[in-house]
Design a protein around this ligand. Structure first.
Ligand SMILES: Cc1ncc(COP(=O)(O)O)c(C=O)c1O
Length: 301
């Protein structure tokens, strides 16, 4: 019998057939990260950072876990905090989706809102102020700087991908938020087989609708970001990513979020440049997190 934290990881690798007609010699697979108990890839990083804090003695039961998050990491902290008996305080931009606010509140976490116009960087600045003002009260994992974030993917996501694809993959594609997923997974994959090509996906510009992803040239660059692990970094436009998220829901029954649409956009671009290959990507969360945004109400063109 597992406790809820023991169910993080070991997500399915699903075949995606969306581009099969266009590119018959390119196989595409995606890690279905919404199968994690908190519904996203961020369960892996949050659990890894919390357990690392426990091991180091930095996180004790008298501390409140605090961090800035655009949503999914907050849900992960709130769930794991509740399961392990820690208080959780989350700083998030005021404009994150209603589902996310409701979810963290349901797990008993407290929300502090930062200026919506300042995006995730505004939340980072505010959490730093709060921690500096009261350093003894908080355990601040700082997901943008904490090596235990990419380590979750180095020890988990990448190992699972190698097993599930029987080591056949030739390309890895993932979006950049904290960059933990991309950095940790790519490092392990390249150690295993240096010929595996890695493509990182960020929003095309600073103002975008791809919740969870960061435009690195105009953002506070995460300390864990390791540029040399990326063979390519591509900028994805918002609308084509939304179109692909809608399309994969309607044609394959995979209800995914915006950032999975961005991953698909990069997979299609990649498929157009290679003759054959086995491409693995990550679908970070489910589309049910975004129903209130109207993403799925519009028609696929
Ligand atoms: C929906 C979504 N997609 C992608 C990412 C990016 O993952 P990472 O932070 O590991 O770069 C996140 C991270 O918050 C996310 O919430």
């Amino acid at each position: 019998m597992a406790d809820i934290a023991g169910l993080v990881g070991n997500t399915p690798l699903i075949r995606v057939r969306l581009f099969e007609k266009e590119f018959p010699k390119v196989e595409v697979y995606a890690k279905a990260e919404w199968f994690n108990p908190g519904g996203s890839v961020k369960d892996r990083a949050a659990l890894s950072m919390i357990e690392d804090g426990e091991r180091r003695g930095a996180l004790t039961t008298d501390k409140t876990i605090i961090d800035s998050t655009s949503g999914n990491t907050g849900i992960a902290y709130a769930l794991i905090g509740a399961a392990k008996g820690y208080r959780v305080k989350l700083v998030m931009p005021g404009n994150v989706s209603a589902e996310r606010k409701a979810l963290v509140t349901a797990y008993g976490a407290e929300i502090v809102y930062s200026d919506a116009g300042e995006g995730s960087d505004g939340a980072i600045r505010l959490v730093r102020e709060l921690v500096e003002g009261d350093p003894d009260v908080y355990f601040y994992p700082d997901q943008y700087s904490n090596p235990a974030n990419p380590r979750a993917h180095y020890e988990g996501t990448a190992v699972e991908i190698l097993q599930q694809s029987s080591g056949r993959l030739t390309h890895f594609v993932a979006g950049l938020g904290t960059t933990g997923t991309f950095v940790g997974t790519s490092r392990r994959l390249k150690e295993h087989d240096p010929s595996i090509r890695t493509i990182a996906v960020q929003p095309e510009d600073a103002f975008h609708g791809l919740e969870g992803l960061k435009h690195l040239p105009t953002a506070i660059v995460p300390r864990i970001w390791t540029a040399e692990l990326a063979d390519e970094v591509w900028g994805c436009p918002t609308e084509p990513a939304y179109d692909l998220a809608r399309e994969v829901a309607r044609r394959e029954g995979l209800l995914v979020g915006h950032s999975s649409g961005a991953a698909l956009w990069a997979v299609r671009r990649l498929a157009g440049t290679i003759e054959h290959g086995v491409v693995v990507t990550v679908f970070p969360d489910s589309g049910d997190r975004y129903l209130s945004t109207g993403l799925y109400g519009r028609k696929t063109s």
